[in-house]
Design a protein around this ligand. Structure first.
Ligand code: ADP
Ligand code: MG
Length: 490
């Protein structure tokens, strides 16, 4: 392969992979991939390079390819945990590896059984890649994004800014007299919080309203791959034109650009610049805010900072419940027994970090029930939780433990936090936060929480918790800080 960025001859990878092993040796295009073994072997080569040793050895190596029929590759996993782990945690890695192999539409099906299922339609498995979309669609999106629509996106206080921006882009497309420029929307937030979902939802919403719109979805890795080919052919102009001619560019995970990808950054800059000058729409996602994007060159960074920036946070309890209910409407989960409310509450209480985690625990619970041939019950959900995390589901958090964690975080002594009669800001805010966390993480009443804090009146506790909630809604950094504490303790 020609050298694009660093003279090594190998394709440079995004930062998450930089400390990992460089094992790749066979250029993909020179290999003919005919059999399940060929494809799996090639995938493993790539995954070995992307993943740290341990996960690769524990999860990928024990799998075996079973069959390949031109559209799908069947892979046998040694047990249910491996199947679920690969499906839930590695979809992105598999997608990127398949894209590099020029097989972005290949469907991967993991099963614990040894044979290729005869009737695929009756299978209750979850695939990375759904069936190819009808060729009449005016755009091409990677498989697996079928359910990513704005209708399927559950909006909560954690995402309403981002969602409103998405809706406003669709409603105002083509208008030039807006008070702020939304031609570039920058969505950032932690992993698994719905950034890609929202971005694809914008794309589909825009195309539904303006069918002539040409859109493209792009990841750094795919672009790098295309650029490598263009440089090899000694002509990068068609590549630039391919994207500049679109009306809408969805650029996912821009944080994977590294400072050494100078040529890639330059090309992307020209594409962005052209599109913005011609009134076209760009949506970018990132796991961090523009000001924290250290890998980007200055002029590309300036472009990112010039748009409308919105962030997404982990959802609150009520939103988590609403998301679980929405997920149960997904066709891929048809056929499972109904999920009782107490199970939904349990899952929502246990999976707080991201929607991906939430969804993962729900699917694991359903699979577990299916596997055992039982109803979905709290016991099954607890078993699924144990399997997913290795933690005891019944281990509860005490208010004392919460206070210790908060005191530690804000460098206060425990007695200052709970007993000191003071309205000093340094104590008041951590104390309010501890009360909020106690309410989120335990079943204690306002009065019980008040007792821990110098017998504070229950209405004062309520007001304190309310003020934390309000501040979380208006202050993103504060929201993130509290969510971090919450996840650390819970
Ligand atoms: P990110 O790009 O932020 O890492 P994704 O967009 O890939 O996250 O979302 C991870 C999973 O969670 C997807 O299956 C997505 O459909 C789901 N998801 C995330 N947020 C929401 C939401 N608000 N409503 C419904 N599903 C969501
Ligand atoms: Mg994403």
């Amino acid at each position: 392969m020609p050298d694009v960025e660093n003279g090594s001859g190998a394709i440079p990878m995004p930062p998450k992979n930089t400390q990992k092993k460089a094992k790749i040796s066979i250029p993909v295009r020179t290999m003919t991939l005919h059999t399940a073994q060929d494809i799996w072997g090639r995938l493993c080569q790539d995954l070995a390079r992307r993943l740290p040793d341990r996960p690769f050895r524990d999860w990928v190596m024990p799998c075996k390819p079973i069959a390949f029929d031109g559209d799908a590759l069947w892979i046998q996993t040694p047990d249910l945990s491996t199947k679920l782990w690969l499906e839930e945690q590695m979809a992105d890695e598999f997608y990127d590896a398949l894209a590099l192999m020029d097989l972005p539409n290949l469907k991967l099906t993991f099963s614990t059984g040894g044979a290729k299922p005869k009737e695929e339609a009756t299978e209750k498995h979850i695939n990375f890649q759904a069936q190819p979309s009808p060729s009449s669609e005016p755009y091409s999106l990677p498989k697996g994004f079928e359910s990513y629509t704005l209708e399927n996106f559950v909006v909560g206080p954690n995402s309403n800014m981002a969602f409103s921006a998405a809706v406003s882009i669709i409603e105002n497309y083509g208008r030039t007299n807006l008070s702020y420029d939304t031609n570039l929307l920058f969505v950032y937030g932690g992993s698994g919080l719905g950034k890609t979902h929202l971005m694809i939802g914008i794309g589909k919403g825009l195309v539904a309203k303006h069918p002539h719109i040409q859109m493209a979805y792009l990841k750094v890795e795919t672009f790098l791959h295309e650029l490598t080919g263009a440089i090899k052919a000694n002509n990068t102009e068609p590549l630039r034109q391919k994207y500049q001619s679109k009306n809408l560019l969805l650029f996912d995970d821009i944080q994977t650009l590294t400072p050494t990808m100078a040529r890639t950054q330059e090309e992307i800059f020209y594409i962005f610049d052209y599109m913005l000058q011609h009134g076209k729409q760009i949506v970018i996602t990132s796991d961090r805010s523009p000001s924290q994007l250290e890998g980007l060159h200055q002029r590309l960074l300036t472009r990112c900072k010039g748009g409308l920036t919105v962030d997404v946070h982990p959802p609150e309890f009520e939103t988590r419940i609403a998301i679980l209910k929405k997920k149960l409407e997904d066709p891929s989960l048809y056929g499972y027994p109904p999920v009782p409310e107490d199970v939904l509450t349990f899952i929502a209480n246990k999976a707080k970090g991201s929607v991906r985690e939430l969804q993962g625990l729900l699917k694991r619970t359903l699979f577990q029930a299916d596997f055992l041939g039982t109803e979905v019950s709290l016991a099954v959900a607890q078993e699924a939780y144990r399997g997913a995390t290795g933690n005891e589901p019944t281990a509860s958090v005490s208010i004392e433990k919460i206070c210790e964690a908060v005191a530690d975080h804000y460098k206060l002594s425990l007695s200052d936090l709970t007993k000191k009669k003071s309205r000093q800001k340094e104590i008041l805010l951590p104390r309010q936060i501890a009360m909020y966390l106690a309410r989120e993480l335990t079943t204690a009443s306002y009065a019980e929480i008040g007792r821990v804090f110098n017998n504070m009146h229950h209405s004062t506790v309520m007001n304190a918790i309310d003020s934390v909630k309000k501040r979380m809604q208006r202050d993103s950094d504060f929201h993130r800080e509290i969510q971090g504490l919450l996840n650390g303790i819970g």
